[in-house]
Design a protein around this ligand. Structure first.
Ligand SMILES: [Zn+2]
Length: 451
């Protein structure tokens, strides 16, 4: 029996076309990478299907993953990432030695990536099946799976501040230029107490503690949010906001120790949803915003979802437009959504006093195609960059150009060069000044462009 049409498909049908995903993705891939005497060639994942089973009796977890992909360029040895120890690997139906897809150290801003030591042809689909025990991922700042007295506490726990902190923590994945559909079957066994699943995936309940998750073909390695938490540790509530002819469900799951008034949180999200829809564009996801609120300073954005402290909620919510609606094509482009979020949502805005005088060049967008860390200056110096653009063309014009860019590129990975071109052209006679601002305060180059 064919599955019912998923909600995300209906939602996407109402939005501008995501375009020819696979072809665009290949164009955004970095060049082949030579490391340890091997040449790794970027891949284009077409579809990822996984299972994760958490067993409360043994406090162990296992996973399987099937990755269907094509090679970019002329083919070669596939380059991808997974921060778990692979026990079994099958390539195109043939068992292969798990040692033949070892991780290689690329550099401090890239961490490791795996190279599968087989030359694969371009222009055809390949299928890699992996089996492994799930354990604490081999990534900086990774967290152990949380087995506690109340049950299982686990979340995807992504970060853009260290390499190897996206989907590759748990599943084989690619750099963030690549979009692919992702299906995940998730099961908890041997756990008596009830658990909550908070996710941005479309969920089909297959049984108690047993779910089929589906993420759309616009998914990239930083998209999937999956949180599992004992029901006893949280309170959950929903509300519905009508905006732009759609009804968006606000699904709020708040840890008891976060101690916020959930009614106020719903009211804030409703206000922000209306504001951002008006200032930036239509909600670019399925008809739901999933929020997991915890204590503490660390928060993270996902496509139409967030794990967040209450203080950061507005910032993380805006990322569903900028960052996880319009998506950076590489981590070199990860500066613009942080910078614009601080400028447009956090209230930094135009600040003439901050940008009256020139300052030292700042590199927000590096030229290392394998960089996997967002520049730390993206927030402060990044928002100052936008303030400098506003000083040239006006705050109103800048916001208008950014909203136009969002509408044209929602669901697409985009590069800094594409954003630059849009702002330069849109700035008319001030275009040269805007290009010069990119030169100095985004690419970190001294001197005049004409030099
Ligand atoms: Zn942010």
């Amino acid at each position: 029996m064919p599955p019912a049409t998923p909600l995300w498909l209906l939602a996407l049908a109402a939005l501008p076309s995501p375009g020819g995903a696979a072809d665009d993705d290949k164009l955004l891939a970095p060049p082949p990478l030579e490391v340890d005497g091997l040449i790794g060639v970027p891949i284009d994942i077409l579809r990822l299907t996984g299972t994760m089973i958490f067993d409360g009796t043994t406090r162990t977890a296992t996973a399987t993953a099937e990755m269907i992909f094509e090679m970019t360029g002329d083919g070669g040895m596939p380059l991808f990432d997974l921060r778990q120890e692979v026990q079994r690997a099958v390539l195109d139906g043939v068992e292969i030695d798990a040692g033949s897809l070892a991780a290689h150290e690329i550099g401090p801003l890239a961490g490791t990536m795996r190279i599968l030591e087989q030359e694969l042809a371009a222009g055809q689909e390949h299928r890699l099946l992996l089996e492994y025990e799930l354990d604490t991922p081999m990534s900086p700042g990774a967290k152990a799976i949380g087995w506690g007295a109340e049950g299982l506490t686990w979340d995807t726990w992504f970060s853009d501040l260290s390499p190897g902190r996206y989907l590759e923590l748990w599943m084989p994945a690619n750099l963030i230029y690549d979009r692919f559909a992702f299906d995940l079957r998730l099961e908890l066994r041997g756990l008596e107490s009830d658990h909550e699943l908070v996710t941005n995936a479309e969920v089909e309940e297959l049984g108690r503690h047993h779910w089929q998750l589906r993420l759309p073909p616009t998914t990239t390695a930083f998209s999937p949010m999956v949180v599992i938490v004992p029901s006893a540790d949280v309170e959950r509530s929903t509300s519905t906001v009508k905006v732009g002819g759609r009804s968006i469900l606000i699904d709020l799951c708040q840890r008891l120790d976060a101690k916020g008034d959930r009614k106020k949180v719903h009211a804030q999200v409703e206000r922000d949803l209306k504001e951002f829809s008006k200032s930036t564009g239509e909600w670019p996801h399925a008809d739901r915003f999933s929020i997991y609120v915890w204590r503490g300073g660390r928060s993270m954005e996902y496509d139409g979802a967030t794990t967040t402290s209450l203080g950061a909620l507005r910032h993380e919510f805006f990322h569903s437009w900028w960052g996880r609606g319009v998506k950076p094509a590489s981590q070199n482009d990860g500066w613009f959504d942080e910078a614009w979020d601080v400028y447009a949502a956090d209230g930094e805005g135009p600040s003439p006093s901050r940008v009256r005088k020139p300052s030292a060049p700042v590199t927000l967008c590096s030229d290392d195609p394998y960089n996997r860390v967002t520049a730390g200056a993206s927030y402060g110096a990044g928002s100052a960059f936008f303030a400098r653009v506003a000083a040239e063309i006006g705050d109103k014009k800048l916001r208008q150009l950014m909203a136009e860019f969002f509408v044209a590129h929602a669901h697409r990975p985009v590069t800094t060069a594409t954003l630059e071109q849009h702002l330069v052209v849109g700035s008319g006679r001030k275009g040269d000044e805007v290009r010069q601002l990119f030169h100095r305060y985004v690419y970190g180059k001294d001197g005049d462009l004409a030099d």
